[in-house]
Design a protein around this ligand. Structure first.
Ligand code: TRP
Ligand code: ZN
Length: 884
């Protein structure tokens, strides 16, 4: 069976403007599963009624179905013959139907050979499901769209020895033993839900149990189901879950609604996790964590993904999406909620810095490439291609702007109204924003452009100081670049939080046209160009703009190096202190890029060295922020600054800056490294995490020099580490040393120590795939044959292939095109196995337009070779957008 839907007819787009309510509604769903690896029988009994919202007479019933073997159909208990229905194009159509009826359909499916990991599939011998967005149609024929909400009852029958645990949504109402070593379980979900929230899990799993008492005093059973060898890795997820449940009660007034909340960890999963009602299914990388085998970053990811899926219970499940064009309604809002939660649990400044870094590198690149789309797209071919950084991260920024515009208390009123008014319904982005407009009295019509216009707005600001008049005029111009299908844009409402920093390093209260603004203000840029004149300024201020990254835009201001160094220490906004450092580093790095391109001898801007020196020598007040400030902008982010990207020059420039700074400031890095090295046992508190982070950032700087002493420090840390954060950081420093023999021994020791642990082996693959050496592609290709690697496991593909392609830019973009050919081969292979993953993997190849002419040609050639294949809808859409 080939899971890729390889049709000869080109897949067609569907459009938001064509939305129509469903012809029929489903009142009840009864599912019966007879589980078998290759021949699972699914019987569904569906109670239908005509939808009063559709006035046309005699509308047919159209059910979706994919990869299903139809066994039988009964209408009101009468068997139908093939003359009574049409089965074509993955749809089952029935005509001449009464207003209410029951349909019983029997199908057979093949979970074992389902490598697409959509619908019902097997992972490590256990059964699990993934139904978002359109996976339920691979389980049975159904109106598989989010605006059809129904009550589900699910009966599961399976071999008791092989599959002792049988789970589905809602409450367990009955279970028992059957003949021939079988048993069954009956689950009932009292909440009407769309099919994408259906879940079933069956297998040999073990529970870690806990409870949570909700604000109204109800006791909720919490169960985390894992494979036996992972029982020691569950504590952190449960702690995070309880914290998230409490936080959502306190922050959004949201209480959990069932008596049980289950999470299952599976190894083979396309995304991070899935919010199925009462039964979340998680990628094990996003739920399992033990300090010995997982890093602090992994702990942080578990905390945020567990919270994210939990928060969906309201923003997504109780109030769901009318159609998939509204995806950001649940994802943008839920990402904002999980970001707010993480900010409250950890250092909020560090969380913000990390969110913005990701947005500015990855989402901005998406917005600038061939797959750019608005937060609410107008059309799609394959919805799986729209689970993007734009829908998630930019979508979260859009809701964040709303919360800033309304203020915290009013925003909460708006969200309360939204949850109350639309509970149990499938709604739109407009419904959400209308609640915010209603409670605030604001006119949000211009704001809606954030949902409809793709592309990253660029604001260019300039300031003019008039000493005689003591005025400062700030002029802001906005421009939104053309994106596919959207050549012309309208000016948007851009909230820019700002202050004016005076010569003494403190914010000066702002006075504009007789209005007193205070030290900080959110100005609303609404026109293409707007000016603001500030009065009574004794000296020229330095503007601090876009504080806290108040809008997802690029903000240009021609800061001098002195002004940036000044803001780096004096800005009252922690985010902008960090950003000033990034801007200063960018200036220096761009200077080096120019030198490299002109064939000049490289020399690093002394202002960057001085700024770093100052940072390193100052007393450490916040080690977590300091660690962030000591990181240079990534190659990807440097590349974002150019219309035409010079991959090699950027790499050379950054390497040179790294080596120069490391050499110049070696003793400072060493002192900081030592000061933050403890002999104390691992601890999960914020202080210990920050210390590890700072120490490991310093270790990376130290080993950049390739000094024997530094490499020995890394060797020692590798051997002595009692936790994965320190062990992996040291391993990375060793493996990334220029001399490949330096890391050889540690690499082997690591593989031996961790060969039993799939998640740790992911890191082992990634460390090697990101090694900045010309021979890295050869080692990636060797590692593909390693026994721990599998093309069928998305985590492995990401760890080895995606890391090479995305985090090893010079080597992926080799001039001999070997990187492109390699990726094309992998994409073609994955097109057959797992179209979702194939379509994600190919993205870097589609971003050829900003490369030099030679690379453009080579990348296009690789894309055209993929295009020759019979393609899944997923790849078809991406490749065609890229080659348009
Ligand atoms: N709703 C999920 C989330 O964001 C996303 C998701 C999980 C998903 N698995 C998927 C989307 C598979 C598409 C396909 O939490
Ligand atoms: Zn989500």
């Amino acid at each position: 069976m080939n899971p890729a839907q390889t049709t000869s007819a080109a897949p067609q787009p569907i459009f938001l403007k064509d939305y129509l309510p469903p012809a029929f509604l489903v009142e009840q769903v009864y599912l019966n599963f007879l589980l078998h690896p290759t021949q699972t029988r699914v019987t569904s009994r569906l109670d239908f009624k005509r939808n009063p919202a559709r006035k046309e007479v005699d509308l047919p019933l159209v059910l979706e179905g994919q990869e299903l073997k139809l066994i039988s159909i009964k209408l009101n208990d009468k068997s139908l013959t093939p003359q009574d229905y049409q089965l074509a194009d993955q749809q089952l159509t029935l005509t001449s139907l009464p207003d209410t009826f029951t349909l019983e359909v029997d199908v057979e499916i093949d979970p074992l050979n389902n490598t697409a990991l959509e619908g019902l599939y097997q992972s490590s011998g256990n059964f699990c499901t993934q139904c978002e967005a359109e996976g339920f149609r691979r389980i049975t024929f159904y109106p598989d769209r989010p605006d059809v909400l129904a009550r589900f009852t699910t009966r599961i029958e399976a071999d008791k020895n092989l599959y002792p645990v049988l789970l589905s949504n809602g409450n367990l109402v009955e279970q028992g033993d059957l003949e021939k070593g079988k048993h069954f379980a009956l689950w009932q979900d009292p909440f009407p839900k769309p099919a994408y929230l259906f879940a079933l899990v069956a297998g040999n799993l073990h529970p870690i149990k806990d409870t949570f008492t909700s604000c109204s005093g109800r006791e909720v059973a919490l169960e985390l189901w894992v494979e036996k060898q992972n029982l020691h890795k569950g504590e952190h997820a449960l702690r995070s879950l309880k914290a998230a449940m409490l936080w959502d009660e306190q922050t959004y007034g949201r209480e959990y609604d069932l008596a049980i909340y289950m999470i299952v960890a599976v190894d083979d999963f396309n995304m991070g996790a899935m919010e199925n009602k009462g039964l979340n299914v998680f990628n094990s990388a996003c739920v399992l964590a033990d300090p010995k085998s997982e890093t602090d970053a992994a702990f942080n990811r578990v905390e945020s993904v567990v919270a994210h899926e939990y928060f969906h219970n309201w923003s997504g499940n109780r109030v769901t999406c009318r159609d998939w064009f509204q995806l950001s309604l649940k994802e943008g809002f839920t990402v904002l909620r999980d970001q707010q939660f993480s900010a409250d649990m950890n250092s909020s400044a560090v969380e913000r810095i990390q969110q913005v870094s990701r947005l500015r590198t990855a989402q901005f690149a998406e917005d600038a490439g061939p797959t750019a789309h608005p937060v609410r797209p107008e059309s799609y071919i394959e919805i799986n291609n729209f689970y993007t950084l734009t829908i998630y991260e930019k979508g979260a920024e859009v809701v964040r702007m709303l919360s800033e515009l309304l203020g915290k208390a009013t925003f909460r009123k708006g969200s309360d109204l939204y949850f109350e008014r639309f509970d149990g319904q499938a709604v739109t982005v407009d419904d959400f924003v209308a609640c915010m407009a209603e409670v605030s009295g604001l006119d949000l019509s211009q704001f809606m452009l954030w949902y409809s216009q793709a592309g990253t707005p660029e604001v260019t600001a300039s300031g003019e100081y008039h000493a005689a008049e003591k005025t400062y005029t700030l002029t802001l111009k906005q421009q939104i670049p053309a994106t596919p299908d959207q050549p012309l844009k309208q000016p948007m409402l851009i909230p820019i939080k700002m202050g004016l920093v005076g010569p003494a390093g403190v914010d000066i209260p702002m006075e504009v046209n007789g209005e007193f603004w205070g030290a900080e203000r959110v100005i609303q840029l609404k026109e293409a160009e707007q000016s603001f004149t500030f009065y009574n300024l004794e000296a020229e201020p330095v503007p601090s703009l876009l504080r806290g990254f108040s809008a997802p835009i690029k903000l240009n201001f021609a800061y001098t190096r002195e002004q940036l160094a000044f803001l780096m220490t004096c800005d009252s906004d922690g985010f902008n202190r960090w950003d000033a450092g990034q801007r200063l580093a960018l200036l220096a790095l761009q200077g080096l890029v120019s030198q490299q391109q002109a064939g000049e001898k490289l020399s690093l801007d002394s202002s960057l060295i001085q700024a770093y020196s100052k940072l390193l020598k100052a007393p450490v007040t916040d080690p977590a922020i300091l660690a962030e400030m000591l990181l240079l902008p990534s190659e990807a982010y440097i590349a974002e600054q150019y219309a035409e990207v010079d991959i090699d020059a950027i790499h050379q420039a950054r390497e040179f800056a790294r080596k120069s700074l490391a050499k110049e400031l070696y003793t400072d890095f060493l002192r900081l490294y030592q000061a933050h090295t403890t002999t104390q046992k691992w601890s999960p508190d914020a202080e210990a995490i920050a210390a590890r982070r700072l120490k490991n950032v310093c270790l990376s700087w130290l080993t950049t020099t390739e000094k024997t002493e530094a490499l020995q420090l890394a060797q020692a840390q590798f051997k002595q580490a009692d936790n994965m954060t320190d062990q992996l950081a040291a391993l990375t420093c060793l493996v990334h040393a220029q001399d490949a023999s330096v890391g050889k021994e540690a690499l082997e020791a690591f593989a031996k120590q961790w060969s039993h642990d799939a998640l740790v082996m992911d890191s082992w693959f990634s460390v090697q795939a990101s090694r900045p050496h010309p021979d890295v592609l050869a080692s990636v290709q060797t590692l593909e044959n390693h026994s721990a690697f599998s093309m069928k496991n998305p985590n492995k593909v990401r760890a080895l292939i995606s890391v090479f392609v995305n985090q090893n830019r010079v080597n992926f973009h080799r001039k001999d095109a070997a990187g492109y050919q390699f990726l094309a081969n992998k994409v073609i292979e994955l097109n057959q196995l797992n179209p979702q993953i194939a379509a994600r993997l190919v993205i870097p190849l589609t971003r050829y337009k900003r490369m030099d002419k030679v690379r453009q040609g080579l990348m296009k050639k690789a894309l055209e070779r993929i295009q020759q294949q019979p393609l899944s809808a997923d790849l078809f859409e991406i490749i065609n957008k890229a080659l348009e």
